[in-house]
Design a binder for this molecule. Sequence first.
Ligand code: ARG
Length: 262
Amino acid sequence: MKKLLSIVLASILVMSILGACSKREDTAKATDSGSKKKVLVMGTSADYKPYEYIDSAKSDEIIGFDADIAKYIGKELGYDIQIKSSDFSGLLASMEAKKVDFVMAGMTPTEERKKNADFTDIYFAAKNLVISKAGSYTDLNSLKGKKVGVQTGSIQEGKAKDLQKKVDFTIEGRDNVPQLFEELKIGRVDVIIVEDTVAKGYLKKFPELKTNNISEASDEAGSAIAFPKGSKLTSDFNGVLKKMKENGEMDKLIKKWFDSAQ
Ligand code: ARG
């Protein structure tokens, strides 16, 4: 009798464990309208039109160049892509903490970042721009004593720190890029450093803003996708990126997001 009881108890235990497991699997699979595909969570910072942003007049969905590329790759490899947004400066840490599976955020593969993440090939190149209201900061020295705005944790912040060794100015870090442009417009910062591809839309919208040709600040800032170190997805994604460059899909998306949408 005792033996029977323990068998019954043991099997209840096993069944409930199995039940819990299959339930977890179900939720993972059920994210996208009941499809059976595996889900990959993409971490991004949706403040970066046209790479990733929310057009709040239309919906609360995160859209953009990166989102489209990720979805295309997901389709090719059999994954549903779920996009999560948080501050740019914490993205790689949240990947290390396994809160997201990969990071795609117009992110430049720097040596520093490569210490903790693997990157795909660069899928799009851009350049840094210095922007101000008057357009009067024509060389590095003219930044002396000024306030330079950058996104916290970005390579633009790194650039500003570099330049600070040559000229004495203050760095003002902000969490997101729309905020930077606001601060510039109301005069709380004198210049900001952002990527040309992102600046383009704002320059069109706010004609009082001008770019400054400060060559020391204008280096390349290409974008690549970040994965945890050793992930086999890096080469899988690279394979599809290569295909997209060959089959015209990449050009199509570049046209869609960088030509017309701005
Ligand atoms: N390319 C720059 C970097 O890697 C800026 C990227 C900012 N991206 C964003 N989604 N706000 O630091």
